[in-house]
Design a protein around this ligand. Structure first.
Ligand code: HEM
Length: 241
């Protein structure tokens, strides 16, 4: 993302790769436009990703009524008539946790994670010089048929009772990245997404707006840092409790 300072110098911002450099830039005299762009970038990186994940999870659940039913039954039986889902309930929402993992496998909020090589290396016969930007394709990794059974199908059950987590050690599943620059927001992001989704499923039943069919829902995404739905999800909520 090239940003111009006074219409002349260029500043390449790469949130994933260079958070230290970003902090340095904030202290530099780089112009208000650039600073506000940095802050916007940081804000988007932390909120947009969570919003996209919730929207994609709801879309998958609408297209998979059995999974929707299981998730709603789980949260309603755990929370009963308390009126809201809170953080203490999360450890008991195993299926909803699996729904979120499956959503992040099949529709990671960040499709590409930029990295830079620290030294020259050879991968599958390709010579990559040092200090080259490489993009890790998280989307393709999550759909690798050599790793995942029926990779294009939304099957939250594959994560129920599974040890695979998003801590960056299971390289087949890295929606939060991996290594030194792994997302430090995981302890905030995951409970926030789980709480939001669980409350939506606990408090409401969902149907398509008048004149729309489930088949009208798709997963087409806009290009960019975060994979937004091209057509925002519109649903009708009915209060369930
Ligand atoms: C569902 C929500 C989120 C997703 C999917 C997500 C994903 C990611 C990914 C893929 C990276 C790049 C990791 C790498 O380079 O290996 C990243 C970096 C980062 N994330 Fe998140 N993130 C989310 C939420 C958050 C939240 C809530 C915060 C802060 C409260 C946050 C803070 C950051 C920061 C500061 C970095 C840069 C780390 C660095 O370069 O050292 N993220 N995130």
């Amino acid at each position: 993302m090239p940003l111009m300072k006074d219409g002349s110098s260029k500043c390449h911002i790469n949130l994933s790769e260079n958070a230290d450099d970003l902090r340095t830039w904030v202290d530099l005299d780089i112009g208000t436009d650039v600073k506000s762009a940095i802050m916007e970038y940081a804000f988007i990186g932390t909120t947009d990703t969570s919003k996209v994940t919730i929207e994609m999870a709801m879309t998958h659940l609408m297209k998979n009524p059995e999974a929707m039913k299981k998730a709603q039954e789980e949260v309603r039986s755990v929370v009963k008539d308390k009126g809201f889902v809170d953080e203490d309930d999360i450890p008991r929402l195993e299926y909803i946790n699996a729904v979120i993992k499956e959503t992040m496998r099949i529709q990671p909020a960040a499709q590409f994670i930029p990295k830079a090589t620290s030294e020259r290396c050879v991968i599958d016969g390709y010579h990559i010089p040092a200090e080259t930007m490489v993009l890790v394709n998280v989307w393709t990794i999550g759909r690798d048929p050599q790793v995942w059974d029926k990779p294009d199908k939304f099957i939250p059950e594959r994560f129920v009772g599974s040890n695979i987590d998003m801590g960056g050690q299971n390289f087949e599943f890295i929606p939060f990245g991996s290594g030194r620059r792994i997302c430090p927001g995981i302890p905030i992001a995951l409970p926030s997404v789980e709480l939001a989704l669980a409350n939506l499923l606990y408090k409401f039943d969902w149907k398509m707006p008048h004149g729309m069919k489930i088949d009208d829902l798709d997963f087409e995404a806009t290009p960019g840092l975060t994979q937004h739905k091209k057509k925002p999800l519109k649903l009708v909520a009915t209060k369930s409790i």
